[in-house]
Design a protein around this ligand. Structure first.
Ligand code: ADP
Ligand code: MG
Length: 258
């Protein structure tokens, strides 16, 4: 049964008076693979953080699972942008995955045999079990992202929020993660992915939220992923690109004249 799993109304977020998001209202359905797409600085990460109350809102309401966010944090796994993680922190791969089991444990309980076996299973699912004892900082970008995927799996959530999971990783890791995200959806979970590369949007997602400080368009990929909407969301970037093309054109004209 599909329902509105995320409901955002009139959201506004600013940093020291600079608006990052405004007039943002959107409803996202459960059981879908949803892409949040927009140019650099569009507020995609801010949107995800605002959903999780990791950044203060100026105004607006957010409901997840039709309740205030804090009632359902255990059911939500968040994988932040890789660039925001301190990779020098001394922790092994298996312990990183075990962290995912903490929300399921009661207060003052430590993970035991059962949790460790489950963490291994999650590592296996991302193809990283051979690296269990390694330090997280020794791994490649793609391997690190797979371990963070395993940590999210270990939490047994129903909603996954991933911020730019494919940036700076190898193709094999990207394929592993995409396959798992599709499987998770098949199992009835909802997956929301911040993504800025337009080339694979149609291949990866069911629904799309085109964002640039506010919602440009949201809905099924076939309705949203259209030239007019993309142009609107990426307006500034396109203008810059055509400016560059103009420049090169002028230069080649000048060169011919010489
Ligand atoms: P995106 O993820 O789409 O690239 P962000 O949500 O990271 O965009 O940022 C949106 C805007 O808010 C950008 O202009 C960015 O510089 C600004 N911003 C983001 N985080 C902060 C912060 N912690 N302090 C001040 N400005 C920020
Ligand atoms: Mg971002």
């Amino acid at each position: 049964m599909e329902m509105e799993i995320i409901r955002v109304k009139d959201l506004a977020v600013s940093y020291k008076g600079n608006p990052a998001l405004f007039d943002l209202s959107v409803e996202l359905e459960s059981g879908r693979l949803i892409g949040i797409v927009g140019p650099n600085g569009a507020g995609k990460s801010t949107f995800m953080k605002a959903l999780l109350e990791l950044t203060p809102k100026d105004k607006g309401e957010v409901e997840i699972f039709q309740e205030p966010v804090k009632k359902n944090k255990k059911r939500i796994a968040y994988v932040p942008q890789r660039s925001n993680i301190d990779w020098t922190f001394p922790i092994t791969v298996i312990d990183t995955v075990l962290l995912g089991t903490y929300p399921l444990l009661g207060l003052f309980h430590r993970p035991g045999k059962k949790e460790k076996a489950w963490a291994y299973e999650c590592l296996k699912r991302v193809g990283m079990e051979a690296y269990a004892k390694r330090q997280i900082g020794e791994l490649s970008g793609g391997q690190q992202q797979r371990v963070f995927m395993a940590r999210a799996l270990a939490q047994k959530p129903q909603l996954y929020l991933l911020d730019e999971p494919f940036v700076g990783i190898d193709m094999a890791s990207e394929e592993v993660i995409v396959r798992i995200l599709k499987e998770l959806k098949g199992e009835g979970n909802t997956v929301v992915v911040v993504h800025h590369d337009l080339s694979k949007v149609e291949k990866y997602f069911d629904d799309l939220v085109l964002l640039n400080k506010t919602i440009i368009k949201a809905g099924p990929v076939c309705e949203v992923f259209k030239r007019e909407h993309i142009m609107q969301a990426y307006e500034a970037e396109f203008q810059f690109q055509s400016f560059l093309q103009e420049e090169t054109f002028q230069q080649s004209v000048n060169a011919e004249q010489v």
